[in-house]
Design a binder for this molecule. Structure first.
Ligand code: ZN
Length: 203
């Protein structure tokens, strides 16, 4: 968190830098998105713009769960960031945790946070959601929609929704599913790369 933390010897810093266009899509920090549909519309718009800019067709955002204030947008940055973990959900959670100043956003202080993602989480992001402290997950496209174009979600447990809910994370699915799936189909139809298609997963 310290702005003056020096780099450690020869090792590179590892950070996510959001693309310059993000403000055009997401608007200002703290913008209010009252409903689940409003919030998903942003995640889908981020996915579509990211794909148009040469990135993966996946978007996500963290909001305060009650008011719907935007805490952090995210998009798939696997290719520009050069790291396999830079899925939209992980990017949004990482930026949100930096913004909130807590690695666990369920700090008991009363503000609850929600992750909204244009596609259901892969195995990595399923885990990341559990550790993040969000208390609600909202998904657009389903696993089947993602895998229909060749991306892999990995060995997500069949009871992943129940697993999250048993840990206090409410799950809502199929919000703007058609719109979110259309981004995936359009991406595939454009001939853009299905990277990690060795059944390695990427959303
Ligand atoms: Zn993922």
């Amino acid at each position: 968190m310290s702005e003056s933390t020096p780099t450690t010897g020869p090792w590179p810093d590892a950070v996510f830098r959001l693309p310059a266009w993000v403000a055009e899509v997401a608007g200002p920090v703290g913008g209010v998105f009252p409903t689940a549909t409003d919030r998903m519309a942003l995640a889908v718009a981020l996915a579509r713009r990211n794909a148009a800019e040469g990135g993966g067709p996946f978007g996500a955002a963290v909001f305060t769960a009650d008011e719907g204030r935007l805490v952090a947008p995210g998009m798939n940055l696997v290719l520009p960031a050069g790291t396999s973990i830079a899925h939209a959900e992980v990017v949004a959670l990482t930026v949100a945790q930096q913004a909130v100043g807590a690695h666990d956003m369920d700090d008991g202080a009363g503000t609850r946070f929600e992750l909204v993602t244009s596609a259901a989480p892969c195995i990595q992001c399923f885990g990341a959601v559990i550790w993040s402290g969000v208390t609600r997950l909202v998904c657009g496209a389903r696993k089947e929609d993602v895998e229909a174009i060749g991306f892999d979600e990995g060995p997500v447990p069949a009871d992943w929704v129940e697993q999250l809910e048993s840990r206090g994370i409410a799950v809502q699915r199929d919000v703007l599913r058609d719109e979110a799936a259309a981004v995936l189909r359009d991406y595939a139809a454009s001939g853009a790369p299905i990277y990690n298609a060795r059944r390695g997963g990427s959303d």
